[in-house]
Design a protein around this ligand. Structure first.
Ligand code: 5AD
Ligand code: SF4
Length: 472
């Protein structure tokens, strides 16, 4: 008998990919997806711990299920992902009706744990070893990747897929909980990655985004040979069917010349680099233990501009980090003005248990100040994004069409003509009037208008070449 699964995913692309894997494995155990939690036999939350706010939302969603579980004790409620790894038994204390908690390194166990919970063995838990729980190889083994199962229906679109090349993180930035929740950095073997890319291409995937917390630090050594991200890109470039290759997120210190040259050389590599700066102040970067100074980042940007002049660069920032003075914040403002990022993700510092910042540095910037700095930086970035987009006015760009635009989805438009959206090679969003049939195609779109985050255009019909006209 078919059982129904409801899954809610928050957080980064890694979580989106993890959810795809969980759904794929549960399908093999007779589950079908539903968008209605009340209809579901199993309700799963794939969670994020990077900021407090994301956790609050999950605890509040769990709170709303208290009554549901009382009325329908047979429904299985599960918490997966980083919050499960971080809070472990605390989740059972705060929400005693939760049936299972599964950390990101244990997701292959979800079907078995659901089965056990359904048999009445309540409070199933599978988490990986903590960083201090034993010798490194054992800790590494306990953070498993779970990647070969793919489910095209769970992707952002059927033509795009994420592919994990690395798990965990060893950088230990002082504000970040990821090295604890996702464990030690481990590169996946290149053969596995290549096999998975071939499967994805066979499923009709045109664009692959390689994922890693510090994706450009990727290394895999089999003793005889070491493979780096640039080698992987060369291998994946030869996979027939794949048209675009992207990779996120980059760590500034590991942005090697070789990688930049590889991106320049390989036409399928998107000229798009997400390289978070986090702060424009060297003193703040030091407190964050980011491992580079503001000048180091400037030199890296100079190399990017020299080797990849057309590349779009985007960044992340944390405002209001411990002890951030107005002057330090203004250095961040100046950095945004100087580098003119395509876009930036801006976050208010959120103190996280288990991090060095929480242990050693007071979270002393008032919330209102964080909010004001966030707004100021965002406003500047939006202005820059809009100015930057003006270079495309009157130009034609190649767009990989993803599907109906957000506005068309909200309105429930089905056509025949509706607003469609896609992305350029450098990751800019383009909307245009089109048809559902265009999804998955690469089309030339002429840009006639723009906002800070979107280019508006019209699909160009094919010109008949003059020589052909003469023949006609
Ligand atoms: N508070 C606020 N933002 C954070 N990030 C990571 N940890 C925190 C934190 N404790 C941001 C960083 C990172 C992005 C994914 O989330 O900018 O690049
Ligand atoms: Fe967190 Fe720093 Fe690792 Fe990124 S590089 S996941 S910010 S510890």
């Amino acid at each position: 008998m078919t059982k129904r699964l409801y899954i809610e995913t928050v957080g980064c692309q890694m979580n989106v990919l993890d959810s795809e894997m969980v759904v794929a494995s549960l399908r093999q155990h007779g589950y079908e997806l539903t968008s209605d939690p009340l209809q579901a036999d199993a309700i799963l939350f794939n969670t994020c711990s990077v900021r407090q706010h994301a956790e609050d939302k999950i605890y509040s969603a769990l709170g709303k299920l208290r009554g549901t579980k009382r009325q329908h004790p047979e429904k299985i409620i599960g918490v997966l992902g980083c919050m499960a790894q971080k809070d472990q038994q605390l989740i059972f204390e705060r929400a005693p009706y939760v049936d299972l908690i599964v950390g990101p390194g244990q997701l292959h166990k979800v079907p078995e744990l659901i089965e056990r919970a359904a048999k009445g063995e309540r409070r199933q838990a599978a988490v990986s070893l903590d960083r201090t729980d034993g010798p490194l190889p054992e800790i590494k083994r306990s953070h498993e990747t779970f990647d070969p199962l793919r489910d095209p229906t769970m992707r952002p679109t059927p033509f795009q897929a994420y592919l994990r090349i690395q798990i965990g993180c060893d950088k230990f930035c002082t504000y970040c909980v990821v090295p604890m929740t996702r464990g030690p950095e481990q590169g996946r073997p290149p053969e596995q990655i290549l096999d998975e890319a071939r499967v994805l291409a066979d499923q009709g995937c045109l664009e692959i985004t390689l994922l890693g917390q510090t994706v450009n630090s990727y290394r895999y050594s089999d003793g005889a040979r070491t493979t780096r991200l640039s080698d992987l890109l060369r291998m994946l470039h030869d996979v027939p069917g794949i048209r675009r290759l992207k990779f996120v997120t980059n760590y500034p210190k590991d942005m090697s010349d070789e990688l930049l040259e590889t991106v320049r050389e390989l036409p399928k590599c998107s000229p798009y680099l997400h390289v978070p700066l986090q702060s424009g102040s060297t003193a703040v970067l030091e407190r964050m233990k980011r491992g580079y100074t503001a000048d180091d980042y400037r030199r890296m940007m100079e190399r990017i501009r020299e080797k990849l002049p057309e590349a779009a660069v985007s960044s992340d920032f944390i405002v209001g980090f411990c002890g951030e003075t107005e002057d330090e914040f203004q250095q961040t403002v100046r950095a945004v003005a100087e580098y003119r990022f395509k876009n930036s993700f801006i976050f208010k510092y959120s103190e996280r248990p288990g991090t060095k910042a929480m242990q050693r540095l007071p979270d002393d910037v008032p919330y209102a100040v964080k909010q004001r700095r966030n707004n100021e930086l965002l406003q500047l970035q939006n202005q820059i994004s809009e100015e930057d987009n003006q270079q495309f006015l009157g130009r034609s760009v190649e767009v990989l069409v993803e599907g109906p635009s957000k506005a068309a989805q909200r309105r429930g438009d089905t056509g025949p003509v509706l607003q469609m959206m896609g992305r350029t090679h450098c990751d800019r969003i383009v909307v245009f009037d089109g048809t559902l049939r265009q999804a998955g195609q690469l089309l030339n779109v002429a840009i006639y208008d723009l906002t800070a985050h979107t280019l508006l255009g019209a699909v160009q019909t094919h010109h008949v070449a003059p020589a052909v006209v003469q023949l006609l």
